[in-house]
Design a protein around this ligand. Structure first.
Ligand SMILES: C[S@@+](CC[C@H](N)C(=O)[O-])C[C@H]1O[C@@H](n2cnc3c(N)ncnc32)[C@H](O)[C@@H]1O
Length: 249
């Protein structure tokens, strides 16, 4: 997959391909990251990339002409890609959106800075707006890096067995189950016995039950979107009964 990022801080975004899973995927040729800086499209001697907002008020906006020239150049190099503006006003990023994006061959991410970009550029150049959550950060770079990381995890072959996404939260609409590694005891807290006994079906049942139970406890909204099969419903009923019994003891 090819991802082009338009950013005033390319060095910041580049770091996403320098570590871990994303770095491996880039080295394997699964991900190609291209960085474009609107500052390279300025024509004045100060290489100005910001401008004052009409109507006054605090803050600046990204300057229209260099940004638009940059966008047009990127589009020429990557004509089939959807252009996504990272914005707190965009569609909330969820696993489904990430999975869909990972099925595309190309994507362009536009990082805003200052108070953002001119509304007409959104109308003329942007295909979609994505938000990483209901809070405001200083620029789209961190949001773009989150997208790149989350999308890369979904590219076939990007995750080795040890990083498998199969158990990850949201993969099947549920939160992940709890995990344990050595030692068997930490300050008197023991690893659940079932994980030590080596019965694969019992381990699977325990993990599925914990995933269902955690989701019921922490994100009941996710459970409401699922149709549980009879095995899952029985596991969840057991979890609920056990939780209630332990509370009443
Ligand atoms: C300081 S913010 C501008 C926020 C804008 N004035 C608003 O309230 O909608 C600067 C840039 O950071 C990025 N940004 C901030 N919060 C974001 C979020 N929750 N999701 C995605 N991008 C965000 C956007 O690219 C935005 O243009």
């Amino acid at each position: 997959m090819r991802i082009d990022v338009i950013t005033l801080f390319p060095d910041m975004v580049r770091t996403v391909v320098e570590h871990g899973v994303v770095s491996r995927a880039a080295n394997q040729g699964l991900l190609e990251l291209k960085l474009w800086n609107p500052r390279d499209y300025t024509v004045d001697k100060h290489r100005t990339v910001d401008d004052r907002p009409y109507g006054g008020g605090p803050g600046m906006l990204m300057k229209v002409e260099p940004l638009r020239a940059c966008i047009r150049d990127v589009r020429q190099h990557n004509p089939d890609a959807k252009l996504v503006y990272l914005s707190p006003q965009g569609k909330l990023l969820q696993q489904g959106l990430i999975n869909q994006a990972a099925q595309q061959a190309n994507l362009i991410l536009l990082c805003g800075r200052y108070e953002g970009i001119d509304e007409r550029l959104i109308q003329l150049e942007v295909d979609e707006e994505w938000s990483i959550g209901d809070y405001v950060i200083s620029g789209g770079e961190l949001a773009a890096m989150i997208c790149i990381d989350a999308i890369t995890r979904q590219l076939p072959g990007a995750l080795g067995h040890e990083d498998s996404a199969q158990l990850d939260s949201f993969t099947n609409g549920l939160l992940d189950c709890p995990h344990y590694t050595r030692p068997e005891q930490v300050e008197g807290l023991k690893v659940p016995q079932v994980l030590l006994d080596g019965h694969h079906q019992q381990i699977t049942d325990w993990r599925d039950k914990q995933a269902l139970g955690r989701t019921w406890q922490r994100r009941p909204d996710l459970l409401q979107q699922l149709e549980l099969d009879s095995r899952q419903q029985a596991l969840l009923d057991e979890f609920i009964a056990e939780t209630r019994a332990s509370r009443s003891n």
